[in-house]
Design a protein around this ligand. Structure first.
Ligand SMILES: *Cc1c(COP(=O)(O)O)cnc(C)c1O
Length: 397
């Protein structure tokens, strides 16, 4: 979660800012619902909404028609409740001794992958005097959390006993894909088949789920037969494609939500042959100008993009010159002289000529999920709506 919202003149210059376009996020929710018209939509807002700010993004997603919110950890879910977020809210990453009772009392749906978790949630429900809403998770092939097929009958039977005892209600049967971002990967069809079998087994034994769900963003965008009753969309909400193989955001009517920019902290002339930044991995090829961009790996700028990351400054793409340091990096401006304070745009929607988070992912050898999610708490999130700054900065510092 980001910290407190502090009043801040919207036009004030900032070292760096991540503008979060809530109108784009709402439009993305509507576009995703159109891709999965028969299913409900869960807005996945884990990890501070992939770095975009969980509370404002969750609110905007609900306003645009998301019926559910989803987080990884129970702490993230409880923080959303504490902030007043209503409606269906599910979390799935539990460890023994987790806040089961707090979750049940806060009306949070929980995931159960095994008998130990079922014991903990039934105990918490008994103490709270409230029926817990449980989603049984099947490992259909991802090999991460979820119940293996050979353990499923025992878990289903135990859950049905807890339901008969009035302690839980099994409201969901669910799973997660390993390779949905590689359309046509044979594991996708295999996982779907396994999921149908495991759902059928549970239903034959008497489970009556409200929702069966397996689709993440790539499956929501490319695989209608995986939509079932609910789709769980994360990265696509933020206007980013799950992978280049799936397509571009524009292919699906999605628009990137985050624009990351900084104000140049220095512009200066240097002679040719001048080393730049730690280790001198860049040397100016001739007399040139350098611009200092005051963000670094402490702000989540990937150090692996040293020498490769693109930045739009004064109408042109520049490339990170030398190493990205903790708090700053340098771009070679090739003799151009933008004023100190000029805006350097690292990434955004791309339609004003700036790079995208996907471009940074390529430069750093990672995925765009990681690029946006790691933008640090030292970078204020500035929320905009239909292009208007909202007049507050969520500065988690
Ligand atoms: C993160 C996550 C999602 C969302 O995945 P995207 O690819 O970002 O849409 C869905 N379900 C689970 C279980 C997750 O952990």
């Amino acid at each position: 979660m980001t910290g407190t919202t502090t009043p801040h003149p919207p036009s004030a210059p900032l070292r760096a800012r991540a503008e979060i376009d809530l109108a784009a996020l709402r439009a993305n929710v509507r576009a995703l619902r159109a891709h999965a018209p028969k299913a409900q939509l869960m807005a996945v807002v884990k990890s501070d909404a992939y770095g975009h700010g969980a509370v404002p993004c969750a609110r905007a997603a609900l306003e645009a028609g998301a019926a559910w919110l989803g987080t990884a950890t129970p702490e993230e879910a409880l923080a959303l409740r504490a902030a007043g977020l209503p409606g269906r809210l599910m979390c799935w990453l539990w460890t023994p001794g987790g806040p089961w009772q707090e979750a049940v009392e806060a009306d949070v749906d929980v995931s159960v992958s095994g008998l130990w978790a079922l014991r903990e949630v039934t105990g918490a429900a008994a103490r709270a005097g409230v029926r817990a809403r449980v989603h049984l998770k099947a490992d259909t092939g991802l090999g991460r959390s979820g119940c293996q097929p050979h353990d499923w009958p025992e878990l289903v039977a135990a859950a049905l006993r807890a339901e008969a005892d009035g302690l839980i209600r099994v409201v969901g049967l669910w799973s997660h894909f390993a390779c949905a971002d590689e359309p046509g990967h044979p594991s996708v069809a295999a996982q779907l088949t396994r999921f149908r079998e495991m759902v059928a087994h549970a239903e034959e034994r008497g489970v009556r789920p409200e929702v069966r769900h397996i689709a993440n963003s790539p499956a929501t965008l490319t695989l209608p037969e995986a939509h079932f009753d609910l789709v769980r969309t994360g990265i696509s909400l933020y206007g980013i494609s799950p992978s280049p193989e799936v397509g571009t955001p524009a292919d699906f009517g999605l628009r990137p939500v985050m624009t990351l920019s900084a104000s140049l902290a220095l512009v200066k002339h240097v002679p040719g042959g001048h080393g730049v930044s730690y280790g001198h991995h860049y040397t100016t090829p001739g007399a040139t100008t350098l611009g200092l961009v005051p963000v670094g790996y402490a702000d989540g700028i990937p150090r692996h993009a040293s020498g490769t990351g693109p930045v739009l400054v004064a109408g042109k793409w520049r490339t990170v010159a030398g190493r990205i340091a903790m708090d700053q990096f340098v771009v070679d401006l090739g003799g151009d002289e933008p004023p100190v304070g000029a805006r350097a745009v690292l990434f955004g929607p791309g339609d004003a000529g700036e790079p995208t988070a996907e471009d940074w992912a390529k430069a750093a050898g990672t995925i765009a999920y990681e690029v946006v999610t790691r933008i640090g708490t030292r970078v204020p999130r500035v929320y905009t709506d239909n292009g208007d700054l909202q007049g507050s900065v969520d500065a988690a510092v």
